[in-house]
Design a protein around this ligand. Structure first.
Ligand code: 13P
Ligand code: 13P
Ligand code: MG
Ligand code: MG
Length: 371
């Protein structure tokens, strides 16, 4: 059976206004580029979406992960959208396109990439998560809870196909190395790493041997690109995206969404330099404006049918997430009252931009030895 590759590739190519949303003209530009690719047979299907100021390209094809042609298509689509953004003088036009020209693989060039090659099941429910004003480590807590926490996922206890647990691929994004860890056996070690979410990030989750899904295929994948490492300086936050398969030996759709009812604290709000609650919201409210936030997550639900995306359903539109949103707003008031103080503001070493070197230079001659 032909495998299907699902590629979710995203970039901020200009905000409207500021960093709050994507202008409809950018979405139209991307749709027309991808429609041409679909007509030519390069893509089976696609959806163009947006979360905050991030333009999200969801594509299906048969070329596998890291396919040069698909990455080139995404790059040229972002370039076309950048042209449009420049014409409209949108904010930070081309912000995430860090290279002058495409060089074979879009990873490391600015955009975020979440891809997986799958054997489409008899029924293949899938969720595309897209976040704004945060970083890849924002996925650690919810992905852990979906695939390893029995208080979140009842299936880990009561579904024999889930009962063996899952394998997590964790990347150390500072040292560029990775490790595979099994749950539940190594749960405490896994948590020791992924609790440090600015450094250790879950990249993929796999089924274990014996599960109904091939253990060679990922069941979840997350973009882990860190922009500042690519650019060497602050250029905007690495707003991440991820894909999660559901049901039949995997967490049910509702178990996949449940972790987002917490509104957990993530970093990346205002100038990439503040902590805030991750607010689950509907597509049409994913426009962060209060202090450029609070950070957002949207969830687009699909059934795959021979590579076609049947959907999306706007999953966080459910009023059952209203209380989570309400709590995020209360946390927002509380954190905002801290102004420039940690832990609302990130610690110095995690800040995306800082005036500290400048302040220290001005004060250099005035510092005296303390007793
Ligand atoms: P169904 O019995 O409707 O398939 O639901 C199973 C399930 O996973 C619900 O959480
Ligand atoms: P983005 O990373 O979404 O572009 O936001 C940057 C920022 O500094 C918002 O305050
Ligand atoms: Mg932006
Ligand atoms: Mg953004």
């Amino acid at each position: 059976m032909t495998k299907i590759t699902i590629s979710l590739i995203k970039a901020d190519v200009g905000g409207y206004p500021g960093h709050s949303s994507v202008h409809p003209a950018l979405i139209e530009t991307a749709e027309s580029k991808l429609e041409n690719a679909k007509k030519s047979g390069a893509l089976i299907d696609f959806k163009v979406m947006a979360c905050g100021d991030d333009l999200e390209l969801l594509m299906s094809h048969i070329n596998g992960c890291d396919c040069g042609d698909i990455h080139a298509l995404a790059w040229s689509t972002f370039e076309a959208a950048t042209e449009k953004a420049k014409e409209l003088k949108l904010y930070g036009a081309g912000q995430d396109l860090l290279a002058d020209a495409f060089s074979g693989n879009i990873r490391g060039m600015g955009p975020g990439v979440a891809e997986m090659e799958i054997t489409e099941r008899k029924s293949e429910p899938i969720v595309a998560f897209m976040m704004d004003k945060t970083e890849p480590g924002a996925f650690n807590l919810p992905i852990f809870r979906m695939f390893a926490d029995p208080f979140n996922t009842a299936g880990l206890i009561i579904d024999p196909a889930c009962h063996g647990g899952f394998t997590f691929e964790v990347w150390d994004i500072m040292e560029h190395r990775k490790v595979m860890m099994n749950c539940p056996e190594e749960m405490y070690d896994l948590l020791a790493l992924i609790g440090a979410k600015s450094r250790y990030v879950i990249k993929r989750v796999f089924s274990k041997p014996g599960c109904s899904i091939s253990d060679k295929e990922p069941v979840a994948t997350i973009s882990t690109e860190k922009l500042y490492q690519t650019a060497g300086t602050y250029v905007g936050k690495d707003d991440p995206a991820g894909l999660v398969r559901c049901q039949s030996g995997l967490p049910a759709l509702g178990e996949v969404l449940e972790p987002f009812a917490l509104g957990h604290l993530v970093s990346g709000w205002m100038r990439g330099s503040h902590n805030g609650p991750l607010m689950p919201c509907s597509f049409d409210t994913a426009h962060p404006t209060r202090f450029d936030g609070p950070p957002r997550v949207i969830a687009a639900g699909f059934q795959m049918a021979k590579g076609k995306f049947v959907g999306p359903v706007d999953l966080f539109k459910d009023p059952a997430f209203d209380r989570a949103r309400q709590r995020c707003l209360e946390i927002t008031d509380y954190l905002r009252a801290h102004g420039p103080f940690e832990p609302h503001r990130l610690p110095m070493e995690d800040m995306e931009y800082t005036t500290l070197p400048h302040v220290m230079k001005t004060l250099a001659n005035r510092f005296e030895k303390a007793e």
